[in-house]
Design a protein around this ligand. Structure first.
Ligand SMILES: Cc1ncc(COP(=O)(O)O)c(C=O)c1O
Length: 471
């Protein structure tokens, strides 16, 4: 008998956020939240790629990021094929996987195998791409403050584009290109005054943020002029905009495409150069919980193509080759984090309700998005099924912060107990890549599963790893 099984769990009162429904079957999985191969075996244990989570926990320990390789690859392939098809009759399209979402050598290889390009934004991400054997012509370099060393490494490797983010970078990139005797292919990151954020986008006139060169202030046009004046060092491929994250429809793209194509046309008319490319950035939304309902890539791509074709026709310019930079929509849903429950305690809320606090063996060091962005996640009891009543639970970590929450609100079986395994889906993007060693916590491994076989693609850190940097 566990203390929390008593009446408080069933009290009336707070039932979590409005989108969270009390499940009819607390063991059922919501398919849109999980990688394709995830299900429950005959014994009720969660399985992925034909391997049960109890086996994974035994072999690799917890916490662990568990990635369904086929799911990751098929989302990457789907973007690549869809955009090639939809934009094939126009000027074509390239898909750059945004490595910031999650990158390691093996994942860079998958991206390359599946025919995608790779967007890196630091010398570190570039080093991973190079180690994975990704050729320069498949890599783009981003960042709002690239060092001379990073620019040199990128040009040495022959990257296909560097996205210029400031007037300083025009000078810096052209100096390095001249020193190396190459012409650097560049895009200009443009601040278009559109901000997309979960179900809504905001079109603003002000552009008060660190990325890009302002469209409304004329800086982006000025940057184009300055770049076109240096054909010996810089080749201007096109303009770039990225309007935010968790975009679920084309309304934000519609405004940003209209604005950026306006600049594209102004450059053609006033500077006499019709730029061959246009990058519309990433930000394609995924389902973290049942509140999210993302569009499949095909619908988004078709919507984007229609907008771009219409705007180009109206402006009398040729449709440029399009690129996009999805990160989360490829990496996010492919992965869940597997934790072991350490403690369970009921906490009384106002109005006679209560919530079960389930502490797991990870937390904000492996998933800081809940603390950082107030993100919502879902979870399930993974090591068994249960006939117990659904209880409103909060999954928390083991760190010394009360904001150390992994899943703010979810229904778990009321008999969840120490030693159970909990799986949190949708953790493939911005969890490992934003992870830390807070409280001197070694980072979890990334385990890839495919066809009944599991292997480590990033190993677990050890206490020796933590101590290795102390001088
Ligand atoms: C320039 C740029 N491109 C692409 C992305 C990837 O966004 P997402 O992972 O939401 O697709 C980001 C994310 O911050 C970005 O800044």
């Amino acid at each position: 008998m566990h203390a929390h099984e008593a009446g408080a769990l069933h009290a009336e009162g707070y039932r979590g956020p409005s989108w969270l429904r009390t499940p009819v079957d607390v063991n059922a999985l919501v398919p849109s939240l999980w990688a394709t191969s995830v299900g429950r075996g005959g014994d009720g244990v969660l399985t992925v790629g034909g391997v049960s989570v109890t086996e994974l926990a035994r072999e690799f320990g917890t916490p662990a990021y568990v990635i369904d390789e086929d799911d990751f690859r098929s989302r990457a392939r789907d973007f690549k094929q869809t955009y090639a098809e939809v934009f094939g009759s126009l000027s074509g399209a390239d898909v750059f996987y945004a490595g910031k979402a999650f990158l390691c050598t093996e994942v860079a290889r998958w991206i390359h195998d599946e025919g995608l390009h790779l967007d890196v934004c630091t010398g570190g991400e570039l080093a991973v791409a190079i180690r994975a054997g990704v050729p320069g012509e498949r890599i783009g370099l981003h960042g709002n403050n690239k060092s001379v060393a990073e620019i040199r490494a990128a040009l040495d490797h022959g990257v296909s584009r560097i996205v210029i983010d400031s007037f300083d970078e025009i000078e810096r990139v052209s100096a390095v290109a001249s020193e190396l005797g190459v012409v650097a292919p560049v895009l200009i990151r443009v601040t278009v005054g559109v901000e997309a954020h979960t179900h809504e986008f905001i079109a603003t006139a002000h552009e008060d943020q660190k990325f890009g060169l302002s469209l409304s202030g004329g800086h982006a046009f000025d940057a184009a002029r300055r770049i076109l004046e240096r054909p010996d060092a810089l080749r201007l491929l096109g303009l770039h905009s990225h309007i935010g994250s968790q975009i679920f429809d084309t309304s934000g793209f519609e405004v940003s495409a209209r604005r950026i194509l306006g600049l594209h046309t102004q450059i053609a008319r006033e500077l006499g150069t019709e730029l061959p490319e246009l990058d519309l950035g990433g930000g394609f939304g995924i389902a973290y919980t049942t509140e999210h309902d993302p569009l499949p890539p095909k619908s988004l791509a078709a919507g984007m193509a229609e907008i771009i074709e219409r705007e180009c026709r109206a402006d009398g310019v040729t449709v440029p080759r399009i690129s996009i930079e999805p990160g989360r929509a490829i990496a996010g849903p492919s992965t869940f984090t597997l934790y072991e429950v350490g403690t369970v305690k009921p906490v009384d809320l106002d109005g006679g309700a209560s919530r079960v606090y389930v502490s797991v063996d990870g937390g904000m060091s492996d998933n800081v998005r809940t603390a950082l962005y107030d993100a919502n996640y879902s979870c399930t009891l993974a090591s068994r099924t249960s006939l117990a009543t659904p209880a409103l639970a909060r999954v928390v970590g083991r760190h010394c912060e009360s904001g150390d929450i992994v899943v703010k609100d979810e229904f778990l079986p009321a008999d969840v107990t120490a030693g159970d395994l909990i799986a949190v889906p949708g953790t493939g993007a911005y969890c490992r890549s934003l992870s830390s060693q807070y409280n001197h916590t070694p980072r979890p491994p990334v385990v890839a599963v495919r066809d009944g076989r599991a292997r480590v693609i990033v190993r677990r850190e050890t206490i020796d790893d933590l101590l290795a940097l102390d001088v």
